[in-house]
Design a protein around this ligand. Sequence first.
Ligand code: NDP
Length: 329
Amino acid sequence: MRAIVVEQLGAPDVMQVREGVPVPQPGPGQVRLKVEAVGINFADVLSVAGEYLTRTRVPYTPGMEFAGTVDALGEGVTGVQVGQLVACLGGSGSLATYAVAHAAALIPVPASLTAAQAAAFPVSYFTAYHGLKTLGYGQPGQWVWVQAAAGALGTASIQLAKAMGMNVVATASTEEKLELARKLGADVTLLQDDPDRVQKIRAAAASDSNPKGGVDLVLEVVGGPRFQESLDVVINRGRVIVIGNASREQANLRPVELMKRNVTVTGLWLTSLMGDAEATRDAALALTPLIASGQVTPQVGPTYALDESVRAFQDILDRKTTGKVVIEP
Ligand code: NDP
């Protein structure tokens, strides 16, 4: 079979297409999947660069989130049919013709979704749910600031926040990206380099009961020196959920500053939350009907062939993409 192989970490062009890679065999409790579509996350780009939260061991095949057709069942697997389309999240190895996964890690795919949409779903929607609800305690009528709003996580966060009855201020780097954010329901959109962004974000959420303005919740994904802005825009007792650091720069946080307005700053890493069975079940219960009814729709962005993986990764780094970048091996 064909697979992407990374032998040394670095820029996207370290990824090579390898022919003749042995087809993996499913062990006990595992299934083999014919990979139909791989969702590419910012985390994949960081993993290949060796800058992710966990160490990347080489050689390896990237690809942590994908949709595939069940091709073979390992010993002891029940409740899964050969030919069934499922999504899968975790680990690596899906930028290939076939991949193996633990049957317990498979996510059922609503019949309304294409393989590309199914590959665009797990990471972004589970993360958005945990940011807005599990850790953000979002309530109808509250305001949330969604950064990088046209990206995979951003588009998921806007749709989910609106489905929860929240109000959304969205920022992104270009007018085209803001147009997508508005299409998905963002109430107020601002260029992320708008010189008056902090005042405008605060003012967007002003009301009779909140005359000074300020949002209840920030889904922080940019980090670096701009992290301070998240603290500046939240209301008294507001929450900042630290989900990403797309700037790849260090942020300064002075804990004493949080005291002044009783601000909470919370980290969120989906990988470690997936181990929390109750939180994962709650998220799945909330998300499944929204996806199945079409109230939220995974936003599939540009789609590439396996041979174009380097370009796909580079386009994410160059901030050229919207929605979830998908590779179809
Ligand atoms: P996206 O599809 O959103 O792509 C990343 C976006 O980040 C770009 O579109 C761009 O938006 C913005 N960006 C890129 N470089 C910079 C930069 N130098 N400065 C400021 N903004 C930048 O990717 P994902 O949806 O995969 O991820 C979005 C963020 O969420 C990432 O930081 C990622 O690591 C994080 N994440 C974290 C998870 C967790 O478990 N903690 C899970 C999922 C995502 P624009 O051009 O509009 O600024």
